[in-house]
Design a protein around this ligand. Structure first.
Ligand SMILES: CC(C)(COP(=O)(O)OP(=O)(O)OC[C@H]1O[C@@H](n2cnc3c(N)ncnc32)[C@H](O)[C@@H]1OP(=O)(O)O)[C@@H](O)C(=O)NCCC(=O)NCCS
Length: 211
């Protein structure tokens, strides 16, 4: 990590990533944000918009995807794909307080936030967030562009498809499969498989609509 680090996005998730980077003794050169609502990011300079980064030499910088989301994983996925198409690379980040099994496999751009636990045999595909304090137990397979929100518990051998969002504090029992693009509401207890592109919530979680 000796290239210039640039944070894409200036909202709440980006602010938490600045702290994560600090815990790793890394400081980004700045952030870019296409929206006016960028929050103050610990004095980091705003370097402009996404387009300004696209004009840089992709071999000279590394990116951190600062776009989070509270249900819609689309905007984060769009940022990742847009920059990857132009040969930019995304840093894989693991907070020093996270516990990650020695054989867990984390792909490019995965972000494991403070206090998360990933047990043996876990595989996480690109651009996925394992957020604060989430538990991903043994042999879970998590797709790309997934958001495992704070405090989620995935029991052993759960499968989560690409682009799914598992809401804050939800629990999923062992061996279940959450389809790509699905949304599990916060606090839900998932006892059965969830079809792709389906919104479920409640205890036990039941489908409420197609997304
Ligand atoms: C599921 C979710 C997306 C809401 O979906 P929605 O279709 O917009 O639902 P609404 O807010 O319009 O609520 C519709 C009804 O469902 C209920 N409901 C919504 N979410 C619920 C949940 N997670 N569990 C139980 N009931 C829920 C509401 O109370 C409401 O009930 P009512 O009709 O009796 O008043 C949202 O509740 C959620 O869980 N989001 C995830 C948030 C998250 O993970 N954030 C992480 C940030 S890092």
């Amino acid at each position: 990590l000796n290239k210039t680090i640039i944070l894409i996005g200036g909202g709440g998730h980006a602010a938490v990533l600045v702290e994560l980077l600090k815990a790793l003794d890394l400081r980004p050169a700045g952030f870019v944000d296409n929206n006016a609502e960028a929050i103050h990011l610990q004095g980091l300079p705003c370097l402009g918009s996404d387009e300004d980064v696209l004009n840089l030499d992709p071999t000279k910088c590394e990116l951190v995807n600062g776009v989070g989301g509270s249900g819609n994983t689309g905007p984060r996925m769009a940022v990742y794909q847009r920059f990857r198409k132009r040969d930019f690379r995304f840093v894989k980040l693991v907070h020093p307080s996270a516990i990650v099994a020695s054989d867990a496999l984390l792909a490019e751009g995965v972000q494991v936030m403070a206090g998360a636990i990933l047990q043996t045999g876990v595989i996480v595909a690109e651009n996925t967030i394992i957020n604060t304090g989430a538990i991903v137990d043994h042999h879970c397979r998590i797709g790309a562009h997934v958001h495992i929100a704070p405090g989620v518990v995935l029991s052993g051998a759960v499968t989560v498809g690409d682009g799914a969002h598992i809401g804050t504090g939800a629990s999923i029992i062992q061996g279940r499969s959450i389809g790509a693009g699905s949304l599990v509401g916060s606090g839900s207890v998932v006892l059965t498989d969830v079809a792709p592109e389906t919104k479920v919530f409640g205890v036990p979680a039941i489908p409420v609509a197609r997304r």
